[in-house]
Write a protein that binds this ligand. Sequence first.
Ligand code: FES
Ligand SMILES: [Fe+2]
Length: 342
Amino acid sequence: MSAFPDKLEHCWHPVAYASELEDDGPYSATLLDVPVVLWRDDAGRLVAMRDVCIHRGTALSLGWLADGCIVCPYHGWRYQPDGACADIPQTENPRIPSKARVDTFQCVERYGLVWVALGDPPYPLPEIPELEDGAWRMVDTGPFPWKADASRQVENFTDFGHFPWVHPGLLGDVDRPLVPDHSVDTRGHVLHYSVVRPEAPNTEDFPVFANEDVARPERISHYELHLPYTIVLRLGWAGAKGMVYFFASQPVSADRCVGYCVIGRNYDLEQPDSVLQSFEDTIFNQDQRIVESQRPEQVPFDLADELHLKFDAVAVAYRRAMQAEGLAYDHYMGVVYDETPG
Ligand code: FES
Ligand SMILES: [Fe+2]
């Protein structure tokens, strides 16, 4: 039995950048310990299936595509996009047993990412008009595979207290470590919060933010944290220039995740993508060693397990909301918390 809550499995999760799927496949991915094979049918439609042949359990992703089907590499059984087996070469009997099929999963491409839901998704994908507006330029950064649970990677992305310490001179200013007051408005599965916080001036290596002429810049950040593992961050500097950070973490297993960070900007449209990409490589590398050291590997959703101070309001709200929505799990106990602490 899976250690993950059903509802967590049913959510949309990213499994790849669409640009990583260079041809029709097959490609393999893992979501919450479930092996998934991705491929395109004859109409170019993306198909997601359990990456396990019903015959002897071979990974279909090791096979190949033929006549709009995926072919198992072991004995050549062919599976249609709907998961039904269409051909068993070892027998002349034309009747295919009804059990000869593999599970299929919902799969969509949006915001340059491939999303899979292992069940009926309880929440829609976030709406981010900027990322579908031709006036904004989108840059894919990462992906960032970490030895940590997706909850840790998401929490780190939105942690305000660490910027001066982990990213001095890039995202934070060590002379201004105070976290500004902020409050979290939790509406269903989405946490809304905003901060105006100190940031470091642009560096020569990474001129990526629109704060050029200010000695002690501040950035205005509006966050939407969409449970379980997706963040929409809109940031600006009081002018017309704006950025959108769209971050989503793929829960590979209880101690593995992959982060995808799509960045949209309405300025510096000519800047090569490599500038933002290497900036984020630097930032995510600085975070990775910290987060991979955290124990337990998953965010402990029981508030009593850690020490929370006032500036940890987002972390507290995230734990409460994950429990209230039935998305929290305790990997070590294999138990889903069903009570929200007071
Ligand atoms: S294991 Fe797939 S056809 Fe035999
Ligand atoms: Fe960070």
